[in-house]
Design a protein around this ligand. Structure first.
Ligand code: E4P
Length: 226
């Protein structure tokens, strides 16, 4: 499973890239609003993220009609070669995804909460689909269960003919809230987990690693002083 960072914060992206294990970035309108982003600076900001992270960078289209989404998708894809256009799973979103995929533009279908939505995203040519885990948990339903169903259903079929350049669709476990979500997503076979920076930091840490390090350092002091 690959790690994407779910943020629009350049400092977080720079730091996570420096750790050497980051494969991509996902943004959304809420994450961009959170860093105080402006409309005018949005394309330049996406370009800055694409410069920091060479992997796929999802930038969301906010139009509501297929024509608006297609126009926005083309503009976003023109910012950098690693931009992936993020489009919600709606009728208009599916139609726009088909049109953009036919032009060779990669799409990440977002706000996916069910197997039929994921299958339709795949058939419309999406390069990625993002089942949201945490938002199910927020309403006391099992987000990991839905993620599992979506992975099983997609693995039953071959979508390489539907997508861009014969690439198969990849599942991005999204709306990740904990290290347990990361663990379970990997065990279920998600291709990618997109995680907030605070969760990524927790993924590195373990109390036994800290304890082990403290005792190794203490023993090495004894060796140095012997
Ligand atoms: C996915 O790409 C979304 O940006 C994100 O994971 C949403 O997470 P949230 O439910 O924590 O807002």
């Amino acid at each position: 499973m690959k790690f994407f960072l779910d943020t629009a914060d350049l400092k977080e992206i720079k730091e996570a890239v420096s750790w050497g294990a980051l494969a991509g970035v996902t943004t959304n309108p809420s994450l961009y609003a959170r860093i105080g982003g402006t409309l005018a600076d949005f394309p330049a900001h996406i370009d800055r993220i694409c410069t920091l992270c060479k992997g796929p960078v999802s930038a969301e289209a906010v139009g509501t009609t297929r024509d608006e989404i297609i126009r926005e998708g083309r503009e976003l894809a023109a910012i950098a070669s690693n931009v992936v256009v993020k489009i919600p799973v709606t009728v208009e979103g599916l139609a726009a995804t088909r049109a953009l995929a036919d032009e060779g533009i990669r799409v990440n279908m977002t706000l996916c909460f069910s197997v039929p939505q994921a299958l339709l995203a795949a058939r419309s040519g999406a390069r990625y689909v993002s089942p949201f885990v945490g938002r199910f948990d927020d309403i006391s339903e099992d987000g990991l269960d839905q993620l599992s169903n979506i992975i099983v259903a997609l693995n039953n079929y071959d979508f390489t003919q539907a997508g861009v350049n014969g690439e198969n669709i990849e599942v991005i476990a999204a709306s990740i809230r904990s290290t347990n979500h990361v663990t379970q997503a990997a065990l279920l076979g998600a291709d990618i987990a997109t995680v907030p920076f605070n969760v990524l930091k927790k993924c590195v840490e373990h109390p036994l690693t800290n304890n082990g390090l403290a005792s190794f350092n203490a023993d090495w002091e004894k060796v140095r002083n012997a």
